[in-house]
Structure formats: structure tokens, C-alpha cells
Design a protein around this ligand. Structure first.
Ligand code: SAH
Ligand code: SF4
Ligand code: F3S
Length: 489
């Protein structure tokens, strides 16, 4: 689920800029060249969602996506500040972009460089001071102003910084999503920001205070996506299960209530949500795993550390035993659930004994998927100032140890799928020619030989083999193409 970087793929079908008719084209002395946009995305799924919304917001200005930064009139780096390595990547990337900008200049072409995302929010003006080739710095709450900022930067040639707007404004002012066909699986941000202040984490500072979008706005967005061929929606939030979307009458909906409502949309066949915090995993939400078949049996629930002393120092506000009791309850509601987690090793003050407790908890929990990280001291966070920072070599060793345990459990989970029939939502071509690929209910990547007409649909697959990163199988015979879903919403 974690993505270090990715380029947004061009989607030729979704351009909304008006196409002039033949007559006006014949009279137009110079048809302006369409402008090109290159977006490189770092960090979490919310950044991936934001990148899509930014690309959509720039379409009316004539920007089409390109893979090639050298072709791009506008480059956006959508950045992540969560660990030092992620944040530093931005500057090496900016070094490359500066060269591209210079080469384009030699060809008489201008390039606007924009830094968006969490580094933009955290560092603001400093980015332009350190990398003067940057034209625009835009924080995650200001994307609705991007089109305007691009216009202004083009006109004035001055560096612009926009980092101080509340999330409420962004969602109200972003343009509607386009109408063209979409991929089968889509992200929708429902909650943004965080009030938990874990002592290691920058998110409360980069994404601001917790904010939930209104249920009606989310329902409309998901219905729109369903009409464009989306079959699976993953609701996103830094703390998604703290969701509390207000209704006009002042009452509010929990995440469980929202999921139940979205499950009523016929064309939406699968629902997921991420990332959840253990403290906000309420009974209603747990019960939904057993009650609503559209809610997929997968839960990403970070535990960070197995040692209570460290959990307290992290300000996670729960103990290891409480976490284990919680996952036991989740498993009771849905025994086959795939549990996923995040772990930090080498938090300040973490002893060998503390780390052993992390290993022991992970071993007992048998995670189907997990993400583990070396603690990275982030400027301005309380943990960065703590005594007992753990040496790099110790962190490396611990990371290695925990990752081999987690890999073993992940492979065990995947191997247990061999011989089972799993419903797979096919999302695109597979790794080998003739194959198509998609995800099982447990979010495993699955490849099978099959016709591309199945892309965008769910089909049962008999799983035959498990390799380290994916499963392969055969599509069950007798599967009939159901055709495009009519009356999608
Ligand atoms: N909101 C989510 C996590 C968002 S950040 C939650 O509360 O669980 C994703 C993951 O990055 C975290 O779960 C944590 O494991 C890791 N992380 C965050 N800050 C970090 C830091 N300073 N060093 C190392 N890992 C960190
Ligand atoms: Fe960061 Fe903690 Fe908030 Fe998650 S809950 S985003 S780890 S502060
Ligand atoms: Fe990174 Fe910001 Fe997401 S810091 S993890 S891009 S919320």
C-alpha cells in the first residue's frame, strides 16, 4: 500500500477542455499547443488521491498528463515528509527538474515547477530558498487554488507560496470530478488531518486538524465514480475511523454509518478504508466486518510497538494487551480477516527487551501484510528531542529482524490461499502477456490468464501458486461476462 513514488498515468479519455470544431480550427491562425503536466507522487494513498484531483483541476486549463518530465510545461512533485529519507528525495528530484527546466529553456520552452504535499506544507518558503527553480509551493489544504496559482506564476514569473488554508475550503472549491471512464478501484478521501499527536509524527503539522467531509458530498462522489465504472472504493483518512461527518441538522455519521450507506450503491461491490487508529475502532465498525459483505476482510491497524513503555512515549494511548484484545475481537467478527500493520523500530529509548516485545506481538498477531520503518527523527516533533536516540546500526538490525518475521507470516498467509477460490477484481493487464491482474478480497495481487474484457469486473479465480509478491491462478470456468453494469448508481 505504501508507495515511495509513482507517476500518474495519462488518461486519454478524460480530457474535458473543449475541442474546437473544424470551422473554427480552419480560421484560427495558430492553434495553441496543448500543455503538458507531469506529476510525481510520493508518500501515502492520500497523496495519490490528491494528485488525481490536482490533475483534474488543471484539465480545464488544457493540461494533459505526460509520463515524460522533459515534455512537461508544468511539473508537480507531490511530496511526503513522514521520514527524513522521503523528504530528502524531494531535493534530489528538484535537482533533476532544474536541469530539465534549463534544457527546455534552451529550446525556448518554459517550465513551471510546483512542490505540493506535506514537504510543501512543512517547509513553505524554505523550499524556494533552497531550490530557486521552484515556482509554486502549495500545501495539501490549498489545492483548490492551484489553477489560479499556475495562472499567476505564469503571468508574474514570481515564486508563490500557498500553505495556510483550512481543509473545509478545499473540498468545497475543488472542481467536480470528470465524467470519463475510471479505473475499477478508486480512492476517496473522507477525513483529513490528525489530532492524535503521536510524538514521532509530522502528520498533525502537515495535514492540520482532523476534518471530516460531509456524508452527502462523499455519497455524491462515490455515486459519480460508480457511474464511471468504479467497483471498489477505498475511503481514506489519516485517521479514517475517527470520521464524524456532519449533517445539515448538526448530527453526525460514524464511519460505519457511512460505509453502510455506500454499500447501498449497487455498482459499488467492494468497500475498504485506511488508515485506522486502534483507539477509534468502535464496536459498530468491528461488527460491520461480519455484517456487510461489501466491506472487504482487510484491516490496516498500526500497532507501532509491542512495549507499553514505548507506546506511552509515542503517545499512542493504548497498551499492547489492548491492541491484541482488539484484533481478537475483529477476528471474532470476521475470522478470515487479513490484518495489516505499521511498526516503528528504534524509537528513542527502545531497548532490546522492548524490541523483543514488538517481535513477540507481531509473531502472535500473524499479519497478512505489514510495513515496518526505522524511527526517523522529524524536526519539531516531541520525540526528536528525546534522550536515548537509537544508533543507526541497531535500528538497521532490528528492522531486518522484524521484516524477516513479517515476510514469513505474509508468505504463510498467501500460501494458505493456494487451493482456494478467491474473487478477484481485475484492474488491468497482468505481469505476463495474456494475463490480467487484480486484487483478492484480502488485497493480495492476483494474476491469471484471461480476456481484457474482464478488466473492471470481479471473477472467481482458483489460486494455484504464491510467489513473494503475488498469487497466480486460473479463472473459474463457466464465468460469464456480465456486461457493463446498467443503471450504475
Ligand atoms: N495515521 C496512521 C499513520 C500515518 S503515517 C496511524 O496513526 O497509524 C504511516 C506510518 O509511518 C505510521 O504508522 C508509522 O509507522 C510510520 N511513521 C510515522 N512517522 C514516522 C517516523 N518519524 N519515523 C518512522 N516511521 C514513522
Ligand atoms: Fe501520525 Fe499518530 Fe496521527 Fe497516525 S495517529 S497520523 S501516526 S499522529
Ligand atoms: Fe507522507 Fe503526508 Fe501522507 S507526510 S504519509 S504524504 S500525509
Amino acid at each position: 500500500m505504501w508507495r515511495e513514488n509513482s507517476c500518474l498515468k495519462p488518461k486519454p479519455l478524460t480530457r474535458v477542455a473543449p475541442v474546437p470544431n473544424k470551422q473554427t480550427m480552419a480560421h484560427a491562425p495558430h492553434k495553441p499547443l496543448p500543455k503538458k503536466l507531469h506529476i510525481k507522487t510520493f508518500g501515502c494513498q492520500m497523496n495519490a488521491y490528491d494528485s488525481e484531483r490536482m490533475a483534474e483541476a488543471l484539465q480545464p486549463q488544457g493540461y494533459d498528463l505526460t509520463h515524460d518530465p522533459a515534455e512537461a510545461d508544468l511539473v508537480i512533485l507531490n511530496t511526503c515528509h513522514i521520514r527524513e529519507k522521503a523528504a530528502e528525495k524531494v531535493y534530489s528530484e528538484l535537482g533533476r527538474m532544474r536541469l530539465t527546466k534549463e534544457h527546455r529553456k534552451e529550446r525556448g520552452l518554459d517550465t513551471l515547477i510546483t512542490v505540493a504535499g506535506c514537504v510543501a506544507q512543512a517547509e513553505g518558503n524554505e523550499i524556494i530558498a533552497r531550490a530557486p527553480a521552484v515556482d509554486i509551493v502549495v500545501g495539501p489544504q490549498s489545492y483548490h487554488r492551484l489553477a489560479h496559482l499556475v495562472e499567476e506564476a505564469t503571468a508574474t514569473g514570481k515564486g508563490l507560496v500557498a500553505t495556510e488554508f483550512p481543509a473545509e475550503e478545499k473540498f468545497a472549491h475543488l472542481p467536480e470530478r470528470p465524467k470519463g471512464k475510471a479505473r475499477a478501484s478508486a480512492f476517496v478521501t473522507v477525513q483529513e488531518g490528525c489530532d492524535k499527536f503521536c510524538t514521532f509524527c509530522v502528520v498533525p503539522y502537515t495535514r492540520g486538524a482532523e476534518f471530516s467531509r460531509a456524508p452527502a458530498e462523499i455519497i455524491a462522489e462515490v455515486e459519480g465514480l460508480a457511474g464511471r465504472g468504479v467497483r471498489e472504493v477505498t475511503l481514506l483518512g489519516q485517521n479514517v475511523n475517527a470520521y464524524h461527518g456532519r449533517l445539515p441538522d448538526g448530527s453526525s455519521w460514524t464511519l460505519a454509518r457511512l460505509l453502510r450507506r455506500l454499500a447501498e450503491i449497487p455498482a459499488i461491490e467492494r468497500l475498504r478504508y485506511t488508515t485506522s487508529h486502534p483507539l477509534d475502532m468502535d464496536e459498530e465498525l468491528i461488527a460491520l466486518f461480519g455484517e456487510e459483505p461489501k466491506v472487504m476482510p482487510y484491516l490496516h491497524l498500526p500497532f507501532q510497538s509491542g512495549a507499553d513503555r514505548i507506546l506511552a512515549a509515542m503517545n499512542r494511548k493504548h497498551t499492547a494487551a489492548q491492541y491484541e484484545a482488539l484484533i481478537a475481537k475483529v477476528r471474532q467478527a470476521r475470522p478470515d480477516i487479513a490484518l495489516s500493520t505499521d511498526i516503528i523500530v528504534g524509537f528513542p529509548g527502545e531497548t532490546d527487551a522492548d524490541f523483543e516485545e514488538t517481535l513477540a506481538l507481531a509473531a502472535r498477531a500473524r499479519f497478512a501484510q505489514a510495513f515496518s520503518f526505522k524511527y526517523s527523527a522529524r524536526p519539531g516533533t516531541p520525540a526528536a528531542a528525546l534522550e536515548g536516540q537509537v544508533p543507526e546500526a541497531v535500528k538497521r538490525e532490528r528492522l531486518h529482524a522484524v521484516q524477516s518475521l513479517l515476510d514469513r507470516d505474509r508468505h504463510a498467509f498467501d500460501r494458505a490461499s493456494i487451493g482456494r477460490s478467491l474473487d478477484v477484481l481485475f484492474e488491468g493487464r497482468g505481469r505476463k502477456p495474456g494475463q490480467i491482474g487484480g486484487r483478492s478480497p484480502y488485497l493480495q495481487a492476483v494474476h491469471a490468464e484471461g480476456p481484457e474484457t474482464l478488466i473492471g469486473q470481479i471473477a472467481a479465480v482458483d489460486i494455484l501458486a504464491a510467489s513473494p509478491n503475488s498469487l497466480t491462478g486460473v479463472i473459474k470456468s463457466g464465468f460469464e461476462w456480465r456486461g457493463p453494469v446498467q443503471a450504475a448508481v
